[in-house]
Design a protein around this ligand. Structure first.
Ligand code: GSH
Length: 210
């Protein structure tokens, strides 16, 4: 097995790096420095493995794979220790697996529209093109989504009770919102959840790669 992760710190490739560490797999890491992120993303060489110029990309042998959640599912299915990938997901034929999939995908599919609009209209677009109305709408969407996640978390430590890969998916978005100064959109128990997540040994490794 030769796994190679193309990683851009702070981006969704954090999820894959975090999972590789949780699984204890061997992998190569190719890190793009923050300052070169845009330039490398547009380069013809990088576009050969990532046609949209995005991160993450996982190479398994010669095969490039895109989409952080799909890559996580793949790694656990192919290289997981047992039928729960060593406890990183519930058994596939259990009712909990449905709930696990819900949170796994909610972390990306459910949250991306609001978070992308928020990023665009508070950071990425030139100031004169930003719409305060769109930023306010996006904040409302993100807040609604995290109220839902916070209600479901309740007093539990993790979304399914015990730590699973779904916490990596959702946890990355909590990390991102804090990073962009939008922590006020998060309920108190989600902020506490993040404090727990960042104690994990695998997160220490993610944090050390920049
Ligand atoms: N749904 C994709 C999103 C990938 C994505 O948008 N990555 C961003 C960073 S988080 C990126 O590489 N952006 C660079 C660009 O669009 O130029 C995933 O989960 O992997």
């Amino acid at each position: 097995m030769t796994l190679k992760l193309y990683h851009a710190p702070l981006t969704r490739s954090v999820r894959v790096l975090w999972l590789l560490e949780e699984m204890g797999l061997d992998y190569e890491l190719e890190v793009v420095p923050q300052a070169e992120f845009r330039k490398v993303g547009m380069s013809a060489d990088y576009r050969k493995i990532s046609p949209l110029g995005k991160w993450p990309v996982l190479l398994d042998g010669d095969q490039p794979l895109l989409e952080s959640i799909a890559i996580m599912d793949y790694l656990m299915a192919r290289y997981g220790k047992d039928d729960t990938a060593g406890g990183l997901h519930p058994k596939r034929d259990s009712i909990d697996y449905g709930l696990y999939q819900q949170w796994m995908h909610f972390g990306e599919a459910g949250l991306t529209t609001g978070i992308s609009m928020l990023l665009g209209h508070t950071i990425f677009l030139p100031e004169e093109q930003r719409s305060p109305a769109m930023a306010a709408w996006a904040q409302g969407e993100v807040e609604k989504c995290f109220d839902f996640a916070g209600d479901a978390l309740g007093g539990k430590d993790y979304m399914l009770g015990t730590f699973t890969a779904a916490d990596i998916s959702l946890g990355y978005m909590v990390f991102l919102l804090r990073l962009i100064g939008q922590k006020d959109l998060l309920p108190e128990n989600i902020l506490e959840y993040w404090q727990r997540l960042k104690q994990r040994p695998a997160w220490q490794k993610v944090k050390s790669v920049s």
